[in-house]
Design a protein around this ligand. Sequence first.
Ligand code: URA
Length: 197
Amino acid sequence: MSASFDRLKAEILNCHRCTLSKTRNHVIFGEGNPNAEIFIIGEGPGKVEDLKGRPFVGPSGQLLDKILAACGFSREKHVFISNIVKCRPPNNRIPAIEETQACLPWLYEQLEMVDPKIIVLLGATALKNMAGNHHRITREHGQWLTVRNRLAMPVYHPSALLRDPRLKRPTWEDYKNIVRKYRQMVDRDHFSSFIRE
Ligand code: URA
């Protein structure tokens, strides 16, 4: 990791910009390849993430890992994963506006440093905070948007897929689109045994 990314991590781990810092066990900076071409943005850490200090390691993280593996992507090589807020909102409530406003500048800095070609927005909270409050995940999942001057794809949050398995089929189509774009923009030989064309 570069010195500036390390410095940013140290600052974020020490953050007290909002009241979530009072109830957290860990600040979840994010993880993956700091030079990844895909930056995945979730909502905020859940219970397991807060205890372990890593993003997406609970039930929705396990599903996300399966989806990424089917796409031929790994956390180590292809993606960096972080969240709209870096500390767990109590009872997993949607983060409040004071919390997102305090935390988003950290995410913007991470985005500039990682400098990905593709952003994946997991669920409504990521979509609304990054693209604007009028956006709707039910309407816009699978459609390319421009977010902070980068290409971004909103997809259903894995926790929504766990609650309603009928969303899995349309979501798979959305990830196929992401793989196709990755092949166009980053690596034309990118291998996924499930997505050939
Ligand atoms: N859900 C999220 O949005 N982010 C995590 O890190 C874990 C679960």
